[in-house]
Write a protein that binds this ligand. Structure first.
Ligand SMILES: Nc1nc2c(c(=O)[nH]1)N[C@@H](CN(C=O)c1ccc(C(=O)N[C@@H](CCC(=O)O)C(=O)O)cc1)CN2
Ligand SMILES: NCC(=O)N[C@@H]1O[C@H](COP(=O)([O-])[O-])[C@@H](O)[C@H]1O
Length: 300
């Protein structure tokens, strides 16, 4: 694997608002990258990389022997998306990133009609970020904080996502509140996976093992993952898909977490596949349903 480097060009989107021109100017004024920077791999064009500060992007992009974004189905043939245009995905993580990896692998295998264009994290050293770098996926640090001064501001993140032409945002173990500006910029286009049967055991404070501890302590006999659309509050968006697993009498939080996580990897890939194939149907009462890929009359 050869290390790729990165060149910036000062491209501006013609339809910039005043505010985002300001942020582009701020970003550009702080652009500083070594002269020999040139990204040699990935499908990112110069426009997607314009105005993004290298110090806030971890661009240790490695050049793979073949494009990591070129989808292949199980027979190994290139699968040029049977449906609409292949969608561009931004995935947000804070931890190990197993759900991110499942979606990325499904994309490469042609099971998801989309490509992971960028990874966003508040923990640049987390497992998901390491996997992204090793897979040639750009890593963006968000949000800016006292601990991570180099993180992007919300407005800067919106500019970057726009430049990457992101269609859908997928939260996968991201532990920060997504700001309302981002929720409004991507209506019905942000998904999250939560490790309980929402609305139970969700909301502020309910993440990771804390969720499973609460489920066990409650005496619940069943648990399971929920895929839901994201609104401005934690875990209150519309439920799209769920799976059920038993809670056993002698379960530890770790045992239950592993059982739920196994189902997460499947239900999230199925939900993202439906999203990327335009198979989400919104019922009159606002409940989103998934249209079957094989039987269009079947909704679930
Ligand atoms: N606007 C939204 N943002 C996010 C949502 C959402 O539904 N709407 N989902 C979360 C993911 N999540 C549950 O699925 C979740 C993550 C984190 C927390 C939480 O309480 N976080 C702590 C901080 C934890 C940390 O920084 O280590 C907190 O806010 O005090 C609850 C639920 C992602 N964002
Ligand atoms: N409330 C948010 C939350 O708890 N999310 C949970 O974090 C884990 C991330 O695992 P991963 O990094 O291996 O995908 C997953 O179990 C996910 O449901």
């Amino acid at each position: 694997m050869e290390a790729a480097t990165l060149r910036f060009s000062s491209i501006r989107s013609p339809n910039q608002t005043k505010a985002s021109q300001f942020s582009q100017k701020r970003l550009k004024s702080r652009l500083s990258c070594p002269p020999n920077c040139l990204i040699q791999k990935n499908n990112l064009n110069s426009n997607q990389m314009s105005t993004v500060k290298p110090s806030r992007l971890d661009w240790r992009v490695v050049k793979s022997k073949c494009s990591s974004l070129e989808p292949k189905n199980t027979s190994g043939d290139v699968n040029f998306g049977k449906y609409s245009r292949r969608k561009k995905l931004a995935i947000f993580v804070s931890g190990g990133g197993s759900n991110f990896r499942s979606i990325h692998e499904a994309s490469i295998q042609g099971l998801v009609n989309g490509d992971v264009a960028v990874l966003v994290t508040d923990k640049p050293g987390c497992g998901g970020a390491v996997y992204a770098r090793n897979s040639g996926i750009p890593v963006i640090v968000f949000p800016k904080s006292k601990l991570i001064a180099d993180g992007l501001l919300t407005e800067e993140l919106l500019t970057v996502l726009r430049n990457f032409e992101i269609d859908f945002v997928l939260l996968a173990g991201f532990l920060k509140l997504i700001p309302v500006e981002l929720v409004q910029a991507y209506p019905k286009s942000i998904l999250n996976i939560h490790p309980s049967l929402l609305p139970a055991f969700g909301g502020k404070g309910y993440y990771g093992l804390k969720v499973h501890k609460a489920v066990i302590a409650s005496g619940a006999r069943y648990s399971g993952p929920t895929v839901h659309f994201v609104d401005e509050h934690y875990d209150t968006g519309r439920t799209l898909a769920q799976r059920v697993v038993p809670v056993l009498a002698n379960d530890t939080p770790e045992n239950l977490a592993a059982r739920v996580l196994h189902e997460e990897h499947q239900v999230y890939v199925e939900a993202v596949a439906a999203l990327c194939e335009d198979r989400i149907v919104w019922r009159e009462d606002g409940v989103p349903l998934i249209r079957s890929r094989t039987n269009p009359d079947e909704l679930s």
